[in-house]
Write a protein that binds this ligand. Sequence first.
Ligand SMILES: [Zn+2]
Length: 254
Amino acid sequence: MEFIDTHSHIYDTAFDEDRQEVIKRCKAAGLRSLVLPAIDMSTYDAQMDALSSMEGYAFGAMGLHPTSVCANWKEELDFAAGKIEEGSWCAVGEIGLDTYWSSDFIDEQLEVLRVQLNLALRMNLPVILHVRNAMDRTIDVLREIKGLRGVFHAFSGSLESYKEIRRLGDFKIGIGGVLTYRNAGVASVLEQVPLQDIVLETDCPYLSPVPYRGRRNESSYIPVIASKVQSIKGCSIEEVAEITTENARKLFGI
Ligand SMILES: [Zn+2]
């Protein structure tokens, strides 16, 4: 079985002590590739170091994360946009809207999102969307800017949102460790979503699946998430691996 972690921050400082060991565990667990989304200027060097040390195994996405849209947002956006235009990325991301902690910069977040979505269209790249406490607003933006494809990372919306998203573009939903938490709302949505519409992700070092919850997450835990998907969908884990890997491969061109 082969898997792809479509959302790994393996370049995070949480892995500085043992990154090589983690990569070994990923390969042993059947991870055939990792997608590394960007955050902002402060994480760029670490992301690039990780990408060059894992050439052919890890693939980078570039973009400005919505929680990094603050007072210096113009400088951050110029930086991300410039890097996106330089090319060699498998996606634009992670980008989106997040009003969970604060809505102070929501107008700027919207502007930054629109610019990056248009850039993705122009570069013919998929997008990795981070949407937290902002699903309706995001859907409104996707009604304006059509023709996109990508993934709703850490999807936590309703079945209605999922259906609307599918009408607006070729979007997958990213399923991660949250699925293994008790009373996770995404489990009941997943029952209605075909495997062809999902990709697997960890968002490591965050959001560890049970039984690792509360500890550092890592990409080698993807099979734990796959086995939860398998139990909800009532299929084999081989089928989950095969279909989600193919979805990710096609979406990101990797
Ligand atoms: Zn992330």
